[in-house]
Design a protein around this ligand. Structure first.
Ligand code: SIN
Ligand code: FE2
Length: 216
């Protein structure tokens, strides 16, 4: 099939105040990012975390960077060590940092320096219910979210759970950046449809870069 976008430059779509979609922004670096995911997962494997309420998440997760996000009986925490291996989370691959920096600048967040990267892996049917990213103490920093592999429907709402939702397909190489006015907007991922992607097989991967520590 003729792919009209195969050679296209990335393009931007405004999403909300402070939020933008950078279409295909990560495409050129996708194979290197996928290698990076492999290297991280070799040290800190993907696992299905259990919420404080006892619900096993359908999305498999791991982390890299100085801090990693995890669940425990009391809630959600950022910690330096992987609770499963007892070792520090693997370092953030350089290609992750480079991509994140370029995307943040393109979105108008020039001074974003992430110290945590949550890696989500979606298999068929996996979803992420509507939530806010609110475990980070410094809300001046945006979230940079990179989609790889199979497409998924992203929901993006407002400050209230009941606010109307935009539904957008996120595809391989798309990057979403949200901050400032929309930093605490509700968002989620609808159940993944089955498929096979040339790079990632039966999965969708998502990297979310965060600043999880206070900045001096
Ligand atoms: C997230 O909300 O942390 C991940 C969103 C996504 O998988 O695109
Ligand atoms: Fe989120």
């Amino acid at each position: 099939m003729l792919d009209l976008f195969a050679d296209a430059e990335p393009w931007q779509e405004p999403l909300a105040p402070g939020a933008v979609i950078l279409r295909r922004f990560a495409l050129a670096r996708a194979p290197a990012l996928f290698d990076g995911i492999d290297r991280v997962a070799a040290r800190s494997p993907f696992r299905h975390m259990v919420t404080p309420g006892g619900y096993t998440m359908s999305v498999a997760m791991t982390n890299c960077g100085r801090l990693g996000w995890a669940t425990n009986a009391r809630g959600y925490v950022y910690a330096h060590h992987d609770p499963q291996t007892g070792s520090p989370w693997p370092p953030m691959p350089e290609v992750f940092q480079a991509l994140c920096h370029a995307a943040a600048v393109a979105a108008g967040y020039d001074d974003f320096v992430p110290d945590a990267c949550l890696i989500n892996r979606y298999a068929e049917g996996a979803k992420l219910s509507l939530h806010q990213d609110k475990d980070e103490p410094d809300l001046r920093a945006p979230i940079v979210s990179v989609s790889l592999g199979l497409p998924a429907v992203f929901q993006f709402g407002g400050l209230q759970r009941s606010d109307p939702l935009k539904r957008l397909m996120l595809e391989h190489g798309d990057v979403v950046v949200w901050g400032r006015e929309s930093r605490l907007y509700y968002h989620g991922i609808q159940p993944l449809k089955p498929g096979i992607h040339p790079l990632t097989g039966a999965f969708r991967y998502n990297l979310t870069f965060r600043q999880a520590a206070h900045r001096e």
